[in-house]
Design a protein around this ligand. Structure first.
Ligand code: 5GP
Length: 148
């Protein structure tokens, strides 16, 4: 079992402050790579998740460690080399647009009429812990700026 997997599993049972620390630790210990990720198992339904939207290209499900009353992850069902935004190529323009457009649809579906935040973490400094591109949709509370 990899270090990364242990960190994610322990985050499921930790108090909030420990979760916040372990999420950062998970990000810093995750090695950017093309290896399969936990999101493959979420797509295949091998690992259960709360799906809020699904079509042939995009899956949206609730984050297991929500950072607000609403926290949803939107991912492409086929990663196609898009481990993170920094790996984007021209062929990814359609799916990138679709992820953002779907985030807008899901925000509406979730009743986030007062606003929401979209985040794409990239690489160790961006606190990315899962190397399958994903858009965070967070809402239901007042956000702050600058982010941590
Ligand atoms: P990142 O830190 O890479 O931007 O975001 C990865 C996100 O995936 C984190 O917010 C984390 O809580 C979430 N996550 C990790 N493992 C699971 C899981 O097994 N199920 C769900 N629903 N979310 C997960």
């Amino acid at each position: 079992m990899s270090h990364h997997r242990v960190a994610i599993l322990s985050s499921h049972i930790s108090p909030v402050s420990a979760v916040m620390a372990s999420e950062k630790e998970a990000a810093l210990s995750a090695t950017p790579s093309d290896a399969p990720t936990i999101f493959d198992k979420i797509i295949s339904k091998e690992i259960p998740s709360t799906v809020v939207y699904e079509d042939d290209k995009v899956l949206a499900f609730r984050d297991i460690t929500p950072q607000g009353p609403v926290h949803i992850l939107l991912i492409p069902k086929v990663r196609d080399g898009l481990t993170g935004l920094s790996k984007a190529e021209e062929r990814h323009i359609d799916i990138l647009g679709r992820l953002l457009y779907t985030a807008k649809l899901v925000a509406k579906q979730e009743g986030l009429d007062e606003g929401f935040r979209i985040v794409i973490n990239d690489g160790p400094q961006g606190c990315q812990s899962v190397y399958h591109i994903h858009v965070h949709l967070i809402g239901g509370r007042q956000m702050n700026w600058p982010p941590g």
